[in-house]
Design a protein around this ligand. Structure first.
Ligand code: KG4
Ligand code: ZN
Length: 339
């Protein structure tokens, strides 16, 4: 039997303060304090996010240890998100982690948030499957849209990414134009259920075969809504379902197009999805269809490991711990951290 190897993961890159304990691939606790304050501003306010992290971090870590039923002295290492993300937010998690590691005299491990989204697939859980190397990872959330070729745990190559907005922003900004509250992605998904996805067409932006662009879509939705409401002020309310279905169809089709290009260019048919937008029912259905029709193998993690969480940070912490990949205490948070 494996010896206990408790690793604490800390995530504070954006608007979620999170802490988790992992032990040999199994998550013992996964605590997330989501900041509600941004809702009233219709988007994330960095200054408010870092303040809320300051407030949340100690109770969140305490709760993670309590749920895992361990004492902080049982921890073998502290893993934290070094970047990429909002600087003020990252600083809170980085400073806290450094102090805790120093206080406990255990190693400190830096984690790249984007790598963690991908390595979340290796958490051992009966509700998720582990991809085989090599695979293509598509990370889709409010902050990221990336295609990555993953050859091994720490051999990853970004082969495509958004040149402007992230896909979650495309959902959220379109929802805002339709008068829906933030974050509007899940609401677009919900309203799309009763609508006709072919009712309206939005042109798909043209960029490189593996890159993404979403800012044009947001403008297209804005002009479309302005044009139609000038003719009928109730246009949006009357046609909300089909507008949402059409926006969702455009976005999902675009994501699948890019995945098809990636499969064609790399010859890899093993696909792993991550990020909050993986919850989208259109994305899930399209991937299921691709499995059946194109012979892909698709992995989607449990939802709590898709959205920003610390279990994925602890997972990377464990992989790095076992390879002795430690960080010195003079490490600084990195808002634009690369792989
Ligand atoms: O990963 P996440 O929780 O946080 C980061 O952005 O890092 O992702 C949140 C994003 C938001 O943009 C939200 O609108 C989107 O994921 N989202 C969805 C759905 N659920 C969450 N977008 C479309 N359909 C959904 N069902
Ligand atoms: Zn994320």
């Amino acid at each position: 039997m494996n010896q206990n190897c408790y690793i604490l993961g800390i995530e504070s890159s954006c608007d979620d303060t999170a802490a988790a304990v992992i032990n040999n691939g199994k998550v013992l606790s996964n605590v997330v304090a989501t900041q509600q304050i941004h809702e009233e501003y219709g988007g994330i306010v960095p200054e408010l996010a870092s303040r809320a992290h300051q407030q949340n971090i100690v109770p969140v870590v305490h709760q993670a240890l309590r749920i895992a039923n361990i004492d902080k002295k049982d921890l073998k290492a502290i893993a934290f998100t070094r970047g990429p993300g909002l600087m003020g937010s990252l600083l809170v998690g980085a400073s806290f982690s450094k102090s805790l590691a120093m206080g406990l005299s255990v190693p400190l491990i830096e984690v790249n948030h984007m790598q963690a989204h991908i390595l979340a697939h290796f958490i051992i859980d009966e509700k998720q499957t582990q991809p085989n190397f090599p695979f293509i990872a598509l990370t889709i959330s409010g902050g990221h849209t990336q295609l990555v070729k993953v050859t091994n745990y720490f051999e990853m190559e970004v082969i495509g990414q958004t040149i402007d907005d992230a896909v979650g922003e495309a959902f959220d900004k379109s929802a805002k134009i339709l008068g829906l509250p933030f974050p509007g992605g899940p609401l677009i998904d919900q309203y799309a259920q009763g609508g006709d996805p072919q009712a309206y067409t939005f042109t798909k932006p043209k960029v490189g075969p593996l890159d993404f662009s979403f800012s044009g879509l947001k403008t297209a939705v804005l002009y479309f809504v302005q044009r139609e409401t000038a003719k009928d002020p109730d246009f949006v309310t009357k046609n909300l379902n089909s507008i949402c279905a059409s926006i969702q169809f455009t976005i999902v089709d675009y994501l699948i197009d890019k995945l098809k290009n990636a499969v064609q260019l790399t010859g890899i048919k093993e696909i792993a999805i991550g990020g909050g937008v993986s919850a989208n029912s259109g994305v899930r259905k399209a991937l299921k269809d691709a499995e059946e029709q194109l012979g892909w193998t698709v992995h989607i993690p449990k939802f709590e490991y898709c959205t920003d969480n610390a279990a994925m940070i602890a997972m990377v912490g464990e992989l790095k711990y076992k390879q002795g990949m430690f960080t010195t205490n003079d490490v600084i948070a990195s808002a634009r951290m690369k792989f």
